[in-house]
Ligand binder design. Structure first.
Ligand SMILES: *Cc1c(COP(=O)(O)O)cnc(C)c1O
Length: 434
């Protein structure tokens, strides 16, 4: 646990809150697919003096004095990110994944332009055109989805994506998801994008760590631009990042007319982050990104990522063996989506009763769900966080047994109390910040 003596002395109410959250994380089992546990080193960078510094602009080109030290930190983050993904250009300043995506929209689209993305109800993300998000409010969002039945059930069918793209002629095609269990065929997406004259954008927020480890297909050779969060499988601080592979020096013609000269895609993305959508970057977060990227470059990170996938596959097998339905029938990555419609329980109730046993998951729509987003028919389960704590395949199979106990007896307080005890035992065997 971390010493927080200053907070304890001056703000007892908040101190109690921090202690309670540390306890909750230490004692429970975290299966939210988008969450992870950062190292103590990342945490130290987040609590550093860099939080005091304004640094609008980029290293060497700032709008404030006194940036000579934070320049070093940002250059370390940029260099390590380039090494991690073998890419040519990166911006590490977006405050979050959503901010990174906003910079992409500002660069590639004008309000009203058409975007084609994965439907939120089929595993997509809010920022890929949902009507309640700026992306769906400012732009004309159209969607592709997964197949409902047949051999490709739960998977994206590239022939359908092409049909949609040919019919809609979008300016931008997005790939990437928050609840999709299979890998993407980036080359097929690129050929569709080229055919209709669209830019291709991958949002690898969820899978960035697995891609860095070389365990999933690499989007960078195929996409014009790639965005990510840094806090999911990549296991860094909360934040975002934008990367470009071989297309980094592509000019973007439509903006050239306005600016009087042909600007590079990379220049436009930098300008979209600042001054386009953000003010000063969070330099303590940028420093923490540098720390996390160094960790991700270690051989041990590859072992971690491999274990994340092995654990997810073991869990998926165990759920199938217990009669659960998984969207797409299994997983290629770190998460699975359980369709609970044959178990007589909603996603909302499953999330609540599992929470009573200190197992944290989130309710999630399944494709072609007949329940509302507040109720849902599914839950999403991911292995990144508990893999960081050291759990292996057999431990995850045990967790499936416990989850099944709760879901099959959601109104039985004795069962929930027993499972909660088992959860505390397994958590105690794998200390978090001991
Ligand atoms: C999590 C996620 C985001 C948003 O990240 P925030 O940091 O929460 O803004 C964007 N896109 C996808 C696909 C995600 O899964």
């Amino acid at each position: 646990m971390f010493e927080q003596n200053e907070i304890k002395a001056q703000d007892p109410a908040l101190y109690e809150c921090l202690q309670a959250e540390a306890r909750r994380q230490e004692e429970g089992v975290e299966l939210i697919a988008s969450e992870n546990f950062v190292s103590k080193a990342v945490m130290e960078a987040l609590g550093s003096t860099l939080t005091n510094k304004y640094a609008e602009g980029l290293p060497g080109k700032r709008y404030y004095g006194g940036c000579q030290v934070v320049d070093v930190a940002e250059d370390l983050a940029r260099e390590r990110a380039r090494q991690l993904y073998g890419c040519d250009w990166v911006n590490v300043q977006p405050h979050s994944g959503a901010q990174a995506n906003a910079a992409v929209y500002l660069t590639f689209l004008k309000p009203g332009d058409t975007l084609l993305g994965l439907d939120l109800a089929n595993g997509g993300h809010l920022t890929h055109g949902s009507p309640v998000n700026f992306s769906g409010i400012l732009y004309h969002a159209e969607f592709y989805g997964v197949e409902q039945a047949g051999a490709n059930a739960g998977r994206i069918d590239m022939d359908r994506v092409r049909e949609r793209a040919l019919a809609l002629r979008p300016k931008l095609i997005s790939i990437g998801a928050s609840a999709y269990t299979r890998d993407f065929d980036y080359a097929a997406f690129r050929s569709i994008a080229d055919e209709v004259g669209a830019h291709l954008w991958m949002d690898m927020a969820h899978t960035a760590g697995l891609i860095a480890a070389g365990l999933l297909n690499d989007p960078l050779p195929h996409c014009h631009v790639v965005t990510t969060t840094t806090h999911k499988t990549l296991r860094g601080p909360r934040g975002g990042m934008i990367l470009i592979g071989k297309d980094y020096d592509n000019p973007l013609g439509q903006v050239a007319a306005k600016s009087g000269r042909t600007k590079l895609m990379s220049e436009l993305l930098d300008a979209a982050v600042f001054p386009g959508i953000q003010g000063g970057p969070l330099m303590h977060c940028v420093a923490a990104k540098a720390v996390a990227f160094k960790e991700a470059l270690e051989p041990s990170f590859k072992d971690y990522a491999r274990q994340v996938i092995a654990n997810a596959k073991a869990m998926a097998q165990a759920f199938l063996a217990r009669g659960y339905e998984l969207v797409s029938g299994g997983t290629d990555n770190h998460l699975m989506l359980i369709d609970l419609r044959n178990k007589d329980i909603s996603g909302k109730k499953a999330e609540r009763v599992l929470g009573e046993a200190d197992i944290t998951v989130n309710k999630n729509m399944v494709p072609f769900d007949d329940k509302s987003p507040m109720i849902t028919s599914g839950i999403r389960i991911g292995t990144p966080a508990m893999t960081t704590r050291g759990l292996k395949e057999a431990d995850f199979v045990e967790l499936v047994r416990m989850i099944d106990d709760v879901i099959m007896h959601p109104d039985d307080a004795d069962v929930i109390a027993r499972v909660k005890g088992e959860i505390h035992e397994i958590a105690a065997r794998f200390p978090l910040y001991a």
